[in-house]
Ligand binder design. Sequence first.
Ligand SMILES: Nc1ncnc2c1ncn2[C@@H]1O[C@H](COP(=O)(O)OP(=O)(O)OP(=O)(O)O)[C@@H](O)[C@H]1O
Ligand SMILES: [Mg+2]
Length: 275
Amino acid sequence: MTDHQVNQLEQLVAENRLLKQRVDQMQRLTALGELVSTTTHEFNNVLMTILNYAKMGMRHRDDATRDKALDKIYTAAERANKITNSVLGMARNRSNQFETTDLAKLIEQTMVLMERELNKYRVAVELQIEEVPAIQAIGNQLQQVLLNLLINARQAMPDGGQLIVRLYPEGDSVHLAVRDFGTGIPVDKLKKIFDPYFSTKDGPDESGKGGTGLGLAACKNIVDAHGGKIRVESTVGKGTCFTLKLPAAPARQTPQPVGNHLPGAATPMNAKAAG
Ligand SMILES: Nc1ncnc2c1ncn2[C@@H]1O[C@H](COP(=O)(O)OP(=O)(O)OP(=O)(O)O)[C@@H](O)[C@H]1O
Ligand SMILES: [Mg+2]
């Protein structure tokens, strides 16, 4: 290679890195916005339940009605508590550092946030959680990946359907799979889905999600930075399965430097673009 070519190559590599940073930044903003909106909706829903049953208990003074009202209020308040804990869990995990992470717990907390939305779109969730070793991860970011995959899966099943979230060990890795029984992805599109800005959606749906084409690009960057792999299998008309393969190895020897452009989340920037 000539000096000129080497220069050009270096320039391209630098540009590529910069573009990746932008993609991550934008997706983080979108994801954060979606999370705030989801959480607010969830919380509001629970509050409405509490208010309505409190009213009912005040209006009807018989024991049966009051017992029922208190029961509903209690359940709703418990759910509010879970939602807050999920959000606090995320906030606590803002260190942007690789930490020992319990993926089963992360899945559980994420499902709390998605429960109402999935219900609304008549998507039933089946959790298949096996015991797996803890991994070194930035919890926030893996949650962002999981949320992106869940939202995509939900959007692939406009008339509802089933969603399977599976966590299982395999060799030295931990696998996390999100399977839907939705539209599937045609072969010619399959190659592009991880490209930034590739989207087949017209724009955000009525929940304000989808259409920027950054979701899977960010997932890939995050998974790469975790030394993992993301794999997709899809059949048109049958459905799609995304599988994350994450190394179960304990502490990483050279943790990737992590950017810090936005509060609350960051993504390692020197992720190598591996398959
Ligand atoms: N589970 C899925 N089933 C079918 N198609 C999918 C699935 N997940 C992704 N896709 C396809 O891959 C494309 C890219 O997905 P990606 O999440 O990156 O972007 P998006 O969902 O269109 O927008 P956003 O960036 O807001 O998430 C989607 O537009 C869709 O065509
Ligand atoms: Mg998406």
